[in-house]
Design a protein around this ligand. Structure first.
Ligand SMILES: [Mg+2]
Length: 323
């Protein structure tokens, strides 16, 4: 049951398995007929637009996966269409392949400068065009995935601090509105600096990764695990009362203490955990709530480490009672 939690939901399959929509903007009926037939054979849904104006409207309405855009059209030409698409937030990221009847390197430079991903001169080999369309789709898919992944911590695969900051504010706001349970847990590795100092940073990184693996295994699907700092992980546990959250944390604490580390089998690693939550009856500002979790974490450290300290938000300070 690895990877149940904390990884962003990436598409189940590669883009080849999903139905992609191509928008074909070209004033030539013959070109429309040829390309839509060949691209449909490739598993693409094809939308046709016979003019630049129509093409811009269709792009905004359908948000296609890729656009094939003729340069030479009466009225709004390909460059104008391309500029319009790149000026609009909604259509800005759609890959555009320019089609031109003229071999002209100046046109090519202009097209790429305006943000086209490819430039194909007519007459072209249809097989080559299909390959180029697939290539544009693949790059676009990878770009999307990377921008999603920007919220993922590179070492652990958990969410990063940036994700935590906005997600935590959202979850606290939801408690304000709906009086739902919510619990947060802060985990900190005990004496982590000495692991780094004694066994080296690669060993320290392996410990952090090991902790992340345990968290993924022990957390529920709805828990949001974020790497908060160097050796600190925060768990946002929506719809979870403090006692249930404490049970999850206890599983994590015990599992971590039991690990035999390949780089230092004689040295076990433990963590301390601060837990604060509500059944939905109390709330606090996001930062004040976090401070309470931190306070519990340091109480766990003071009381001997390798333990969790849990409290209900009602018993905390700086509370703003609901209702
Ligand atoms: Mg034309």
């Amino acid at each position: 049951m690895e990877m149940r939690v904390s990884m962003l939901a990436l598409p189940d399959n590669s883009f080849e398995d999903r139905s992609s929509v191509a928008l074909l903007i070209d004033d030539s009926a013959a070109m429309q007929k040829l390309l839509s037939l060949r691209l449909r054979n490739d598993g693409l849904d094809v939308i046709s637009a016979m003019s630049g104006e129509e093409g811009v409207r269709a792009a905004q309405e359908h948000l296609p996966s890729v656009i094939l855009l003729d340069l030479g059209m009466p009225g709004m030409d390909g460059f104008e269409v391309l500029r319009t698409l790149k000026d609009n937030e909604a259509t800005l990221h759609i890959p555009v392949i320019m089609l031109s009847g003229v071999h002209n390197s100046h046109d090519k430079v202009t097209a790429f400068d305006l943000g086209a991903v490819d430039f194909i001169t007519k007459p072209f080999d249809v097989t080559e065009l299909r390959v180029r369309v697939r290539s544009a789709l693949r790059v676009s898919y990878l770009m999307q995935m990377l921008s999603q992944r920007a919220q993922i911590d590179g070492l652990t695969g958990l969410y990063n601090r940036a994700h935590f900051d906005h997600r935590w504010a959202e979850e606290v706001a939801a408690v304000h509105r709906h009086k739902r349970p919510l619990t947060i847990a802060m985990l900190d590795l005990d004496h982590f600096k000495s692991v780094n100092d004694t066994f080296g940073h690669p060993a320290g990184d392996a410990v952090i990764q090991g902790l992340a693996r345990i968290i993924r295994r022990e957390c529920r699907q709805t828990d949001v695990a974020c790497r908060y700092g160097g050796e600190e992980v925060v768990l946002i546990m929506p719809e979870t009362v403090p006692a249930d959250a404490a049970a999850v944390c206890e599983r994590i604490r015990i599992a971590l203490a039991d690990v035999v580390w390949p780089k230092h089998p004689e040295r076990s690693v433990t963590c301390s955990i601060g837990v604060v939550g509500t059944e939905g009856t109390a709330t606090a500002e996001p930062l004040a709530w976090l401070e309470l979790a931190d306070k519990n974490l340091y109480r766990a450290k003071r009381e001997g480490r390798n333990r969790a300290v849990t409290s209900a938000l009602e018993n905390g300070i700086k509370l703003a009672q609901v209702g």
